[in-house]
Design a protein around this ligand. Structure first.
Ligand code: HEC
Ligand code: HEC
Length: 199
């Protein structure tokens, strides 16, 4: 009887152990994320989006969607599913706060002024009835809002790639963007990406 009680008690104690302790977010960011996204989130290669100064809510949301495997284009699958799959909720909140707090650095301006001006016009005014002004959601300086991510200083090649992804079902949460890009042609998408990298 006594022995059974002891085993039961031991078992209960083991079950009560917390899961592995959450890791320090700054150490995770600097030792892991930094390899691809840059030490402070200002990545150099356009394969890796810049995440310095990105909205914390957006970072948390996207990391959760990589973990759930709902954001599913090839680069998300190949790089971020493995990364986010190993993060707890607390670690996601911690690394999101870390990168949101880093200063975003300007990206080199693109060299085509006419294209940049065309992108700026759509960003600020939209296009006809079909395309609302991007700044209504992404902010006057493309710094992002609680509703939508920062776009200023992001790599043009990454932005253009995501605008194409919105034409697929690989970012299912991006309902607003899926509707908006239907009315923009390839040159307009390139112009928007060039303008935003140059901001
Ligand atoms: C091995 C390289 C690699 C590592 C390590 C890595 N990432 Fe990524 N990350 C990527 C790539 C590639 C993408 C772009 C995915 C796409 O195109 O959809 C990405 C995308 C993201 C995005 C989406 C950004 C946006 O603008 O939508 C966030 C947020 C992110 N990573 C955060 C992190 C965090 C936080 C860590 C560390 C815990 C991390 N990443 C580690 C390669 C990496
Ligand atoms: C109604 C609000 C709204 C408007 C207007 C809007 N966006 Fe967005 N945009 C969003 C939201 C929300 C997201 C995040 C989607 C998600 O959940 O993945 C987003 C995401 C994006 C992304 C992906 C960024 C990244 O880091 O992966 C790009 C690029 C983008 N928008 C460009 C634009 C452009 C260009 C315009 C104008 C033509 C525009 N948006 C207008 C709400 C909006």
């Amino acid at each position: 009887m006594n022995r059974l009680w002891i085993w039961g008690w031991l078992g209960a104690m083991l079950l009560a152990q917390p899961a592995l302790a959450d890791r320090d977010p700054e150490a995770l960011a600097r030792q892991w994320c930094a390899n691809c996204h840059g030490a402070d989130g200002n990545s150099v290669s356009p394969l890796f989006p810049r995440i310095a100064g990105q909205q914390a809510g957006y970072l948390r949301q996207q990391l959760t969607m990589f973990r759930d495997q709902t954001r599913s284009d090839a680069a998300a699958h190949d790089y971020m599913w493995g990364v986010a799959g190993g993060l707890s909720d607390a670690e996601i909140a911690g690394v999101a706060a870390f990168f949101a707090g880093q200063a975003p650095m300007p990206n080199p301006a693109m060299s085509d002024p006419a294209r940049i001006a065309a992108g700026q016009a759509i960003y600020q005014n939209g296009k006809g009835d079909a395309v609302p002004a991007c700044q209504a959601c992404h902010g006057l300086k493309a710094e992002g809002t609680e509703q939508a991510p920062r776009l200023a200083g992001q790599h043009a090649a990454y932005l253009l790639k995501q605008l194409h992804v919105f034409n697929t079902s690989q970012r299912p949460s991006a309902v607003a963007m899926q509707a908006i890009i239907k009315s923009l042609d390839e040159e307009e998408l390139r112009a928007l990406a060039a303008y935003l990298q140059s901001r």
